[in-house]
Design a protein around this ligand. Structure first.
Ligand code: AMP
Length: 320
């Protein structure tokens, strides 16, 4: 089943819901969770939110962010599990899956084309710029009025996934939804100040390290940057998701694919892929067990930073 109307009916029917999103959460994941949480709570429902990773500080201006908790295994029954912005159940940790395994019903709402369509009810719309855009439509179907709190959350999700309305996923509908969220009280100043102008120094220092490693392929079509675990530790930035750093690789004239390699543990490397347009980086990332969108994707690797860089660069050169 894949109708938003059916999902709306399920959400209205259940009085106990647990929401989750993908690992290393981004603005769309967090904004969608918080927005839906606020709206359902306003209906008097019991709503829990679980994520294995911490909520990055830039989202701490959003209401109820501190109610997003790490998963704690305990007996829970009769709840609806709602996965948001998760292309696959594997994108959440084993602990989160364990908490959600006894769900009366599992609902999957996402905008990733490669979503595995898991769950009893799913709605996957790759044309939506952000999952937050889908949540807006869902709340409309449920006839839940959108107040300022919900509006700020969904606006943050849209801003972050569209790269401030500059990514090619931005459509006229995205602009219309954003405009309606502003009418309902979302604050442009609050979003800008918090999302883009309140970065901890440690996070900005990561950019210095990443740019220090910037390397271009001979033909100038691939730009790669990396961050070692030591650099992240030294900068005191272990908890920061270096959102936006990767864009510096893609912004160079002539670059088709920008890459950011980030050591996140011993022999654990997270790779971000960004394409200017010609190369489908989602299918590249999928070859390595990852996924994402055509122009923005990611994958996680086991191996040394050097070996992962060599492996990925080799493959990207084939398609550039
Ligand atoms: P990032 O580079 O982390 O900002 O991710 C870019 C896009 O790729 C987002 O839509 C992510 O949800 C997706 N993505 C990142 N890492 C993975 C992964 N390991 N598996 C599937 N999708 C991913």
């Amino acid at each position: 089943m894949n109708q938003l109307q059916e999902i709306a009916a399920q959400l209205l029917k259940h009085n106990y819901l647990i929401l989750t999103g993908h690992a290393i959460p981004d603005g769309d994941c967090i904004g969608s969770m918080l927005g839906l949480h606020c709206a359902l709570q306003n209906l008097g429902k019991k709503v829990e939110m679980i994520l294995e990773d911490p909520v990055p500080a830039i989202y701490h201006y959003l209401p109820h962010w501190e109610d997003i908790r790490p998963p704690v295994i305990s007996e829970r029954h009769g709840f609806a599990a709602v996965y948001l912005d998760c292309s696959d159940q594997c994108r959440v940790s084993e602990e989160v899956r364990q908490v959600l395994q006894n769900a009366a019903v599992t609902i999957n709402i996402d905008h990733h084309r490669d979503n595995s369509r898991f769950g009893d009810y799913y709605y996957v719309n790759p044309e939506a710029a952000a999952t937050a855009e889908i949540i807006y439509e869902l709340l409309h179907i449920m006839q839940i009025p959108i107040g300022q709190d919900v509006a700020n959350c969904l606006y943050a999700g849209i801003i972050m996934d569209t790269g401030r309305f500059m990514n090619s996923n931005t459509t006229s509908l995205t602009m219309k939804v954003a405009s309606e969220l502003l009418q309902k009280g979302a604050s442009v100043d609050l979003a800008r100040n918090n999302l883009f102008e309140s970065k901890p120094l440690a996070e900005v220092l990561l950019l210095k390290h990443a740019l220090g490693h910037l390397t271009l392929s001979e033909d100038g079509k691939i730009a790669a940057m990396w961050l070692t675990l030591e650099e992240v530790k030294q900068a005191g930035a272990m908890d920061y998701h270096p959102e936006g750093i990767i864009n510096y690789a893609r912004m160079i004239a002539g670059v088709e694919v920008g890459l950011l390699f980030r050591e996140v543990g011993i022999d654990q490397v997270k790779v971000g892929f960004r394409s200017r347009g010609r190369v489908d980086v989602a299918s590249l990332a999928r070859e390595f067990g990852g996924g994402g969108h055509r122009l923005a994707a990611g994958a996680s690797f086991t191996g040394s930073l050097e070996s992962v860089i060599a492996l990925v660069l080799d493959r990207v050169k084939d398609v550039c």
